[in-house]
Structures are given as C-alpha cells and as structure tokens.
Design a protein around this ligand. Structure first.
Ligand SMILES: Cc1cc2nc3c(=O)[nH]c(=O)nc-3n(C[C@H](O)[C@H](O)[C@H](O)COP(=O)(O)OP(=O)(O)OC[C@H]3O[C@@H](n4cnc5c(N)ncnc54)[C@H](O)[C@@H]3O)c2cc1C
Length: 459
C-alpha cells in the first residue's frame, strides 16, 4: 500500500474552484468504474463517476465470459445485456501445428455446469447500458469530463476535472477509485506502472461483414487461430458483423513497411489458411485500430485513500477474454473495501490489505496460462485435453472465468494440469528450450511510433 503523503508528492496542486463533497469519486466509466459506481450507490454512498468520453463510444474487448453473467444480474442489467449480445457457448482453438484441427471447449462441461454460455457484445452498447444503469441506481455521472489532477490530504482527496466545454469542476472525496483503464491515471502520476517483463504483444483489429459463421448454436462461438506470429480472434457479433484481430509479437509490427494498417491486417490474415476460409467473402467495414506493447502492471493496488481496479491496475493479454471479468470483479472487491473503510476507518489498513489479495488473484491465475499460451507444449495440451483428475473441467472453468471462491479440489486439478505441462515440457526438452529462447526474443518491445502512434503504455 502506498501512503497518501507519497502519492501527494506526485500530484499537481489545484486551483481555486469550490469543491463539492462526496463519499467516493470514480475516474472512468468503463466496466470497472460503472460496476463500482452501481454497487456503492446501492449501498447508499454518495458516488460521483467522471468519464472523459461520451457513451456510446468504441472500445475493444467484445468477448465476455460465462462468469460475467451473475454480475449482470447483480447489477440489474441481465436482460438488457442479453438483448444486445449473441450467445457464446464455446471457445474454439485452431492450431497449424495440429493440421489446423479445431478443438472446441463447451462451457456446459466446465467444473460447474450452471454457466453454459456467455455473450459477445459491441462494447459501445454494453458500456452504455452499464453507465446508464449506474446513473439510474443513484450515482452522479458526468460524461465528457476529464479528471486532470488529484491532491491527497489526510482525510480526503481533492479531484479536479475539466468538462468538454471548458468548465472546471472540483470534488472533495473521502476515497478515489481509479478505473481509468489503460490511461492508468494514478499509476502514471506515481510512476508506478511497469511493462510486464514476462509478456508483450501488439494487436491490429477491425470489424468485417460477410465472414462465414458456424451453423446453429455454435454461431456465436469465439475462435482463436494460432499462427506463426501470434494468434487471431474471430468474434461474431449479434448484428452479423465479426470482430477480427491479430495479436502478434511486437517485432511483427515492424514488418509493416509502409503498408496501410488495413492492408497490413489483410496481409496478416492471409498468413492463416483456416481463417482465410472464413474470411473469403468478408469486407472490412471499420478502420483498423492498432494497440501495442499492452502488457503492464502497477506495483501496488491501493493507497490510503484510493484503490486501482480493472486496467487501471494491470492488463496482460486478451487471449482468455478475461479483461471485462477482471475489471468487474475488481470493481466488486473495490466497492466492498471502500464501503467497509467508510464504515470503519480504524480498520482501513486490514480492509485494503484484503482487497489487495483479492484483486491480485485473477491476474495471477490467468497470467500463468497467458505466458505459456503460445508454447508448443501448451498447444499440445489444449488440442488434446484429457479429463484425468478433472483437469479439463478445471481448464474450462478458467476459460469461463470461474476462478473465484473455488474449493481445494478445483485447485488440485488445476495444479495437476500444471504438473502435466511441466512434465511434457521436460520430456521434449530441446523443443521447450528452442521455444523459450524464441519467446525471449519475441517479447522485446517496439517503439510506439512503429505501432502508428497508437501504442502503448507510458510507464
Ligand atoms: C486488443 C485487445 C483485445 C481485448 N479483447 C477483450 C475481450 O475479448 N474480452 C475482454 O473481456 N476483454 C478484452 N480486452 C480487455 C478489455 O478491453 C479491458 O480489460 C476492459 O475494457 C477493462 O475495463 P476498465 O473499465 O478497467 O477500463 P476501460 O474499459 O478502458 O474504461 C476506462 C474508462 O476510463 C475513461 N478515462 C480514462 N482516463 C480518464 C480521465 N482522466 N478522466 C475521466 N475518464 C477517464 C476512459 O475514457 C474509459 O471509458 C481486450 C484488450 C485489448 C487491448
């Protein structure tokens, strides 16, 4: 935990505008900020949520996990999300190392059998439902208003913001929740954000019309295609469009050589024959977005008067579609912690220490798999999953995001999977060694300019 004094040093001084008091000020109206706002407002707290954009706005992160669904009901938006999403019953993996065979993981066969599907959504619509709901549930929501400075005092935090029309705003909050996503508002000011030394990737993505869909209930499944330079996602959306993205090692981005981003994405798709099959009649209907070097973490999760949640704390990689789930669960833990601190300030240190433990759990569990996901051993295990000791069910629970409050039996199954992974890797030591060496080279960062100025992390 970082002290307020240390944090204050990094914060600019504020100017003379009258401050409006509130219990909690939340920076950012994505899934993390809106979830925290709704939960705290439901507990009767005076919550102010400040979002710099206007919803609806484009955001990447369209594939949700089954473990998200109980949270939607808890927030009271289950029906609305159902209406705008397409059901995703399975996650599919296609590997060129295995003759481009497809392995389908059905969520209905997971550890718990009561989470058989999730949704694919347009984030513009999804995030809009969440922010409108936060306002309806009693949070004071300001869109088109950017937080520009915060200043910590012993018992409160002053927050300065600027509306789109130039008006200044100021609040005096008892606590701050930083849910500013990849802008990492507090972490940047504290210089507490670091590139992840164990992982790195870049992404190029766009929406297409006319991509081939599976028939029947499999229509909404996500498909992950591994290829030489990384992997692709294929995410069908409810209105017939398909989101396709290439997540590549950063070095690959350097091979663009003057091609437009649109041409570069099409040329990259051409490197993956089974994806080409599904894209042969597809037409790109949006501009291509590029994001680089996106794996980072902050060296702490909370301070005396603030918590960091969602991408404002860390982001690793989208391969398990875990970002929105981690953002919303983190928001739940943050809201619980701040409500408890407001009720019982004398216990704030132990409350925030419990929050720290809970927040780190999700990224820790996913990261072990993410770091190994492109290794030949992991691909073998994914393409030929066995259910000895319920290992496949545990893996499916991970794919469903069902990793909280699990019994010991579950963790033993997941650890068994890890033991099998290490044993298989040892059994093929020369291949493992070559893959490890290649990975060390592959994760080297590229310059932000090489990703077309769209990149990356500031820390
Ligand atoms: C290439 C890629 C693909 C991905 N695919 C998936 C996927 O399929 N499924 C999935 O679950 N996740 C995916 N993710 C991750 C997902 O996008 C994020 O994890 C998720 O959006 C995090 O939610 P959040 O609320 O923490 O942040 P965000 O959704 O980024 O929300 C942060 C909000 O804060 C606002 N903000 C920032 N600074 C300020 C400020 N100073 N003042 C006021 N407002 C501010 C921003 O405008 C934004 O609306 C992907 C990520 C990447 C990079």
């Amino acid at each position: 935990m970082v002290t307020s004094a240390a944090a204050s040093k990094a914060m600019p001084d504020t100017t003379a505008v009258t401050a409006t008091p509130c219990d909690v000020l939340i920076i950012g109206g994505g899934p993390a900020g809106t979830t925290a706002a709704t939960l705290l407002a439901a507990k009767g707290r005076h919550v102010v949520l400040v979002e710099k954009d206007h919803h609806p706005r484009f955001h990447i992160g369209e594939s949700l996990l089954p473990a998200n669904l109980p949270m939607f009901d808890q927030l009271g938006v289950g029906e609305e999300i159902r209406a705008l999403g397409i059901r995703k019953y399975s996650a599919e993996f296609v590997s060129p190392q295995h003759d481009n065979r497809m392995q389908r993981f059905n969520f209905a066969e997971s550890w718990e059998k009561d989470m058989p599907y999730a949704y694919q959504v347009r984030r513009s619509e999804f995030d809009q439902v969440l922010i409108r709901n936060a306002a309806q549930k009693g949070a004071e929501v300001f869109e088109g208003c950017k937080v520009t400075a915060i200043d910590f005092h012993p018992d409160s935090v002053t927050v300065d913001a600027r509306h789109d029309d130039g008006r200044q705003a100021r609040w005096e909050a008892k606590y701050i929740i930083d849910a500013s996503g990849r802008d990492t508002f507090i972490a940047n000011r504290l210089k507490a954000k670091h590139r992840n030394p164990k992982h790195n990737s870049s992404a190029l993505y766009a929406h297409f019309e006319g991509a081939v869909r599976h028939p029947g209930p499999a229509e909404g499944n996500i498909t992950i295609y591994w290829f030489e330079h990384g992997w692709f996602w294929f995410i069908p959306l409810a209105d017939g469009a398909t989101s396709v993205g290439a997540v590549t090692w950063p070095y690959y981005i350097k091979q663009r050589n003057g091609r437009t981003k649109e041409q570069f994405l099409l040329d990259t798709i051409a490197l993956c024959p089974p994806l080409v099959e599904r894209m042969k009649d597809a037409r790109m209907v949006t501009a291509v977005e590029a994001t680089g070097n996106f794996s980072y973490a902050t060296d702490h999760t909370c301070g005396e008067r603030y918590v960091l949640i969602g991408d404002a704390y860390a982001f690793i990689d989208p391969v398990f579609s875990s970002g929105v789930l981690l953002a919303m669960r983190g928001a739940e833990f943050g809201a619980e912690a701040i409500d408890a601190c407001l009720r019982s300030p004398a216990h704030a240190t132990s409350i925030l220490s419990r929050f720290d433990h809970k927040l780190r759990h999700g990224p820790k569990i996913f990261s072990w798999f993410i770091y190994r996901m492109t290794s030949p051993t992991m691909r073998d295990l994914f393409m030929d999953p066995r259910n000895y000791l319920r290992m496949k069910e545990a893996l499916l629970a991970l794919l469903a995001g069902d990793i909280y409050d699990k019994p010991l039996k579950f963790w033993l199954s997941l650890v068994s999977f890890q033991v099998v992974y290490y044993s298989s890797a040892l059994f093929q030591l020369p291949r493992t060694w070559r893959a490890w060496k290649r990975r060390q080279h592959n994760i080297q960062p590229v310059l932000d300019e090489e990703i077309d100025g769209k990149a990356a992390i500031n820390g």
